[in-house]
Design a protein around this ligand. Structure first.
Ligand SMILES: Cc1cc2nc3c(=O)[nH]c(=O)nc-3n(C[C@H](O)[C@H](O)[C@H](O)COP(=O)(O)OP(=O)(O)OC[C@H]3O[C@@H](n4cnc5c(N)ncnc54)[C@H](O)[C@@H]3O)c2cc1C
Length: 462
């Protein structure tokens, strides 16, 4: 017993009524009388094991015919129906889903892993750069609206959630765990149907019009029907499956890792001429993050991805071991390697419009502008992103967001930054919701209507 509560009191408050699960939870919270030393039998888990009906039904298997592997046709269960389904829960997909829900759509968000944020959180790319530009010598934030709201709410989560190296330039570094928790909160507040561990593998299509997505999961292969699909997979998986045009590029594939016990380094013992890279600032004093820039690779080729994953992991391990052998640094350790490999860019949509470096540097804007990107170097003007850059030329009912929008390779290193992905996600979500509500194709939604809603939601459009 602790703090005057008996176990029974506490179970009652938790509404758990003394189940084995409840006992395990309390044991995990360190109640002395419930200590199990990590032994599941003593925690009573075994008593709670029951037989349940199978989750998946058997279907006809693939077979070999004439030396070719064939897959028989089969009916797919309809798992869910939504106005808007967003595939991919990275910075762009998170923003698209929240924006679509706030615009009044019934939204489903499909993510292949178990948390939101994509490269931003699970890829541990922790610094949000490209939020603004310099105007008359002053920093001006342009990635406003949902992106700004998210970062401000993160600031309120406490000391460990966000830090800015230079207060005059808004380029915050975030704690990835705080960011994931906040994304979960915002998705739940917006009443989005969140489906983790769900991998979008095909589209449902009638001619050029997409009508939903097929996914794979532990439940097997199932369908989600939707009026509009937002492709926020980062790699354009959805528009590729729907037959849209795109350009595929290779890029350096990086990987981030984090160092623990940074605050236990004794600098007085370190060699004076040490040129060791000590990583980048994080909100938590005890951690630092490092970016392995990486070799060029094809981010869609599983052999390349597997090779680069192992190469980066080994290199992170070796570097930290080297650090640990440095006088004063004995207590640092490899805290974490990113669970998402740093694929910078793969497919770039062939959109109704395309942004490129020449246009971006000129500072021109568009009648159908739906987002603005800042400039991480603060040397160039902010650049405008037209709605057409989110729309496939030929395929209907798909809107792209994030690092796979219609962009020339010469601009992708600016267009793929986290806040830019968030503002294109915001725009894609609003457009998708308006199209679904009006029962029209996304390309038929007047840009002025999208702009009006975006402005109402705090976005900057120049
Ligand atoms: C090494 C590296 C360093 C970087 N440095 C910076 C930096 O310092 N500052 C900065 O602002 N930006 C930086 N960037 C860029 C930035 O991190 C990314 O471009 C941005 O986060 C991409 O967001 P996104 O939502 O478009 O895509 P992603 O983050 O890739 O998100 C896509 C999501 O979709 C999911 N998904 C993919 N396919 C499917 C599918 N078929 N079905 C279901 N789910 C799917 C993925 O699991 C993922 O969660 C860096 C990128 C890399 C790789």
């Amino acid at each position: 017993m602790k703090g005057g509560f008996t176990r029974r009191d506490m179970l009652g408050r938790l509404g758990l009524g003394g189940t084995a699960v409840g006992m395990g939870m309390l044991a995990g919270r360190g109640f002395a009388d419930e200590a199990t030393d990590g032994d599941p039998e003593r925690a009573g888990f075994a008593k709670n094991i029951k037989s349940v009906p199978p989750t998946t039904q058997d279907g006809p298997s693939a077979f070999i015919e004439g030396g070719k592997v064939m897959q028989p046709a089969r009916e797919l269960p309809v798992f869910h129906t939504a106005d808007v389904v967003v595939v991919g829960g990275g910075a762009a997909g998170f923003s698209a889903a929240v924006a679509a829900a706030r615009t009044g759509a019934k939204v489903a968000l499909v993510e292949r892993y178990g948390s939101l944020g994509g490269l931003f959180t699970d890829g541990m790319v922790l610094i949000v750069i490209g939020t603004g530009t310099r105007e008359n010598g002053e920093f001006k934030l342009v990635t406003r609206g949902l992106c700004e709201e998210f970062l401000k709410r993160l600031e309120k989560m406490g000391d460990g959630a966000i830090v800015c190296r230079d207060p005059k330039v808004y380029q915050p570094t975030v704690d990835p765990e705080a960011a994931k928790v906040l994304m979960d909160d915002m998705v739940q507040e917006a009443k989005i149907d969140m489906f983790f561990h769900t991998w979008g593998v095909d589209v449902i299509q009638s001619g050029n019009a997409v009508q939903g997505v097929v996914f794979e999961s532990k439940e097997g292969r199932k369908a989600i029907l939707a009026k509009v699909v937002v492709d926020a997979t980062g790699d354009g998986d959805i528009y590729q499956m729907a037959g849209a045009g795109y350009q595929q590029i290779s890029h350096a594939i990086g990987s981030v890792y984090r160092l623990g016990n940074y605050d236990r380094i004794d600098r007085s013992k370190m060699p004076k001429d040490s040129k060791l890279n000590m990583g980048s600032l994080e909100p938590l004093k005890s951690t630092r993050w490092f970016n392995n820039l990486g070799p060029k690779g094809n981010g869609l080729d599983v052999r390349d991805l597997s090779r680069v994953e192992m190469m980066h992991r080994k290199s992170a391990w070796n570097y930290v071991q080297k650090l640990r052998k440095t006088p004063g640094c004995e207590e640092v350790f490899l805290l974490q390697t990113a669970s998402q490999l740093g694929v910078r860019a793969t497919r770039l949509l062939d959109g109704a419009a395309r942004i490129d470096k020449k246009g971006a540097v000129s500072g021109k804007t568009f009648e159908d502008v739906v987002a603005f990107s800042g400039d991480d170097s603060l040397k160039h003007p902010a650049f405008a992103i037209p709605y057409g850059a989110l729309l496939p030329k030929t395929v209907d009912n798909v809107v792209a967001a994030g690092r796979c929008i219609s962009c020339a390779p010469d601009l992708i290193d600016r267009a793929r930054l986290i806040p830019v992905c968030m503002v294109t996600g915001h725009a894609a979500g609003v457009a998708a919701a308006l199209a679904a509500k009006a029962g029209v194709r996304p390309r038929d939604v007047p840009a002025a209507e999208i702009q009006k809603t975006l402005r109402e939601q705090g976005a900057y459009l120049g």
